[in-house]
Ligand binder design. Structure first.
Ligand code: NDP
Ligand code: MG
Length: 408
């Protein structure tokens, strides 16, 4: 399969006009940290949040965007009150407004950093409008890989991966890789994973894990949902699916290795035995700055890597008994069609239940597995099919959660 991220078209853009979707989140704030270092290169068109009105108001004061988007009319009213002395900011709300600011004609570049399936609509709107799409929202690709990649292709949009692993792979591949990795002598892609906070915890202790423990990632500071996914290694499973779409490779040619130091962000194994990697401190400002500036380089605020202080890098194979979610994701990728969308929806429901104290951490995988078993993979023809799969999988996952609670 041919990849469509078209990096050669991503020529340097002197002054970029940005929409930051999910501005108040971990990736959104890191993006704005990098942007603030280079005011001569970036103008903010729109900033979006969901419910964190105070934080968004602060960001609006700092970056003076043309538009700000929140989830509903109440939040919009509150934001308008907080910004009443800044009349030039247009305040909008709801999913359509997210799509509108992602596709606006003034915008050159969209940072797609809303978490979960809720980010699909606006990420897709940016792709359809032919923007430079800086994609952090991996769930969009997992759910709707075919639809998303077709939209990019049709609009001549550019996809620059923000996920550190995919950004590392992008940096370790030669120009022209979108014409097929085999053509570039690539044998396989190796995604690194930290193994999260429970890599060495006794297996029996996983039943008692609290949300605070699951969100305390040893190396990366991230939002709550992705932190839980990292602890279960579903995050790596989602990334395997994400890599298969971005780089056009099958599951067999994507390997996962645990690398607890998170210094190597991923690797490309070539046919001649060479392995190319991207290394750095675990700080998302590096891939963000890379994608913002590509094909140039930008100062990002990230400290130099001190290899002598790190001293050694270690690796181990993932233990699939400890991390069944990784296996489920590989199986969903191999099954194809609707299976990855089902996996994603069931996982989002299960993670939300875990964070609310309604599900044990070590039962997340069984909710996902039960949902996948009840929804055999079907071909997905359109966005409507993707959304129908998402709805059905959430309904089945909710049923599985009720059964789980009754059994507990
Ligand atoms: P956060 O939870 O920190 O931030 C999520 C952002 O999305 C916030 O701005 C939030 O607004 C907004 N948001 C939440 N729900 C909705 C909704 N229903 N509609 C509109 N906006 C919404 O997440 P992260 O920054 O950690 O992650 C964002 C994405 O990037 C995820 O897809 C994640 O997988 C991916 N990613 C993150 C990495 C990281 O290091 N954090 C690394 C690689 C990928 P509010 O603040 O108002 O709730
Ligand atoms: Mg990642």
């Amino acid at each position: 399969m041919v990849c469509t991220s078209l990096p050669e078209r991503a020529t340097a853009v002197e002054k970029q006009v940005l929409t930051v979707l999910g501005a108040t989140g971990s990736i959104g704030l890191s993006t704005l940290d990098v942007v603030a270092r280079h005011p001569e290169r970036y103008t903010i068109f729109a900033l979006t949040a969901f419910r964190q009105v105070d934080k968004l108001a602060e960001l609006c004061r700092q970056f003076l965007p043309r538009c700000a988007v929140v989830c509903g009319p109440e939040q919009a009213k509150l934001l308008a009150e907080k910004l009443s002395d800044l009349p030039r900011i247009e305040i909008l709300h709801g999913p359509q407004a997210l799509e509108q600011v992602a596709a606006a004609s003034e915008v050159t570049t969209v940072m797609a950093a809303i978490v979960g399936a809720e980010g699909l609509g606006s990420s897709l709107a940016a792709a359809r409008a032919g923007k430079r799409v800086l994609l952090a929202n991996k769930e969009a690709l997992v759910m709707a890989g075919e639809v998303f990649m077709s939209a990019l292709r049709a609009a001549g949009a550019v996809l620059l991966p923000i996920d550190s692993e995919h950004n590392a792979l992008f940096q370790s591949l030669p120009a022209g890789f979108e014409y097929g990795l085999k053509h570039c002598g690539v044998r396989k892609l190796i995604l690194t994973a930290s193994g999260g906070p429970f890599r060495t915890a006794p297996l029996e202790s996983l039943a008692m894990v609290t949300p605070a423990q699951a969100c305390a990632h040893p190396n990366w500071s991230m939002g709550r949902k992705i932190s839980v996914d990292s602890a279960s290694m579903m995050n790596k499973g989602l990334e395997v699916i994400e890599a298969s779409w971005i780089f056009g490779v099958s599951a067999e040619r994507i390997e996962v290795v645990i690398h607890p130091e998170s210094v190597i962000h991923s690797m490309v194994q070539y046919e001649d035995g060479a392995v190319l990697a991207e290394l750095g401190n675990p700080d998302m400002r590096t891939p963000i700055a890379h994608a913002l500036a590509y094909p140039q380089r930008l100062e990002s605020g990230v400290a130099n890597l001190d290899l002598a202080a790190i001293a050694r890098l270690s690796f181990e194979a993932p233990d699939l008994e400890r991390f069944p979610c990784l296996q489920l994701a590989y199986e969903a990728l191999k099954a194809g069609g609707s299976a990855p969308a089902t996996l994603n929806a069931a996982n989002e429901e299960a993670v939300a239940a875990f964070l609310d104290g309604r599900l044990r951490f070590d039962r997340i995988a069984s909710i996902v597995e039960r949902t996948l078993t009840r929804m055999p993979a079907q071909a997905l023809q359109s966005l409507e099919d993707v959304l129908a799969t998402d709805r059905q999988a959430r309904a089945l996952a909710s049923e599985a959660l009720i059964l789980e609670q009754k059994a507990a």
